[in-house]
Design a protein around this ligand. Structure first.
Ligand code: OFO
Length: 170
């Protein structure tokens, strides 16, 4: 049976997932206001992915008959001089999420909570993909620097992203 400490920890993670969604929505707004419409779409899809992450956790807590506690979500107003800096702060954020999920996984292991441990492995694998994705985009943006055509091409490429529900990925 799931322990109280774990329920509390998963409730915190639920808030973090919604917070991630909100962060990416803020980044989408920033990109859109600064002429990067492809990046705006990309961040909007990232926002949707985070909602899926949050809801997967929400459903798990429901299944465990846990008391779900929704918390306030902190807003993010992006103040940045360049799109690459926005992606860098997103990447840093994902690294923090990975750390939080690893800590949760440690707790599940310590409590011999196999069901929660198994759920958390899905999130941890998802983090590997997300960190790699952000890293790749940062590399490309750094490569083009301030070159207008380079930035335009990357923006176009990011704008072609389509939403894939992460829970349906093989
Ligand atoms: Fe982007 O991270 Fe959720 O888990």
């Amino acid at each position: 049976m799931i322990k109280k400490e774990m329920i509390q920890a998963l409730n915190n993670q639920l808030n973090k997932e919604f917070h991630s969604a909100y962060i990416y929505l803020g980044m989408s707004a920033y990109a859109s206001a600064n002429g990067f419409n492809g990046c705006a779409k990309w961040f909007n899809l990232q926002y949707q992915e985070e909602i899926v992450h949050a809801m997967k956790l929400f459903r798990y807590l429901e299944e465990q008959n846990a008391n779900i506690k929704l918390k306030d979500i902190k807003a993010l107003n992006v103040k940045s001089d360049s799109i690459v800096e926005v992606f860098k702060s997103a990447y840093k954020h994902e690294q923090k999420m990975t750390k939080a999920l690893n800590n949760l996984s440690d707790l599940a292991m310590k409590q011999k909570d196999h069901a929660t441990y198994s759920l958390l492995q899905w999130y941890i694998n998802e983090q590997v993909e997300e960190e790699a994705l952000f890293n790749e985009i940062i590399d490309k943006l750094e490569m083009v620097g301030n070159d207008g055509y380079g930035l335009y091409s990357i923006d176009q490429e990011l704008g072609s992203r389509v939403f894939v529900d992460p829970t349906t990925k093989a």
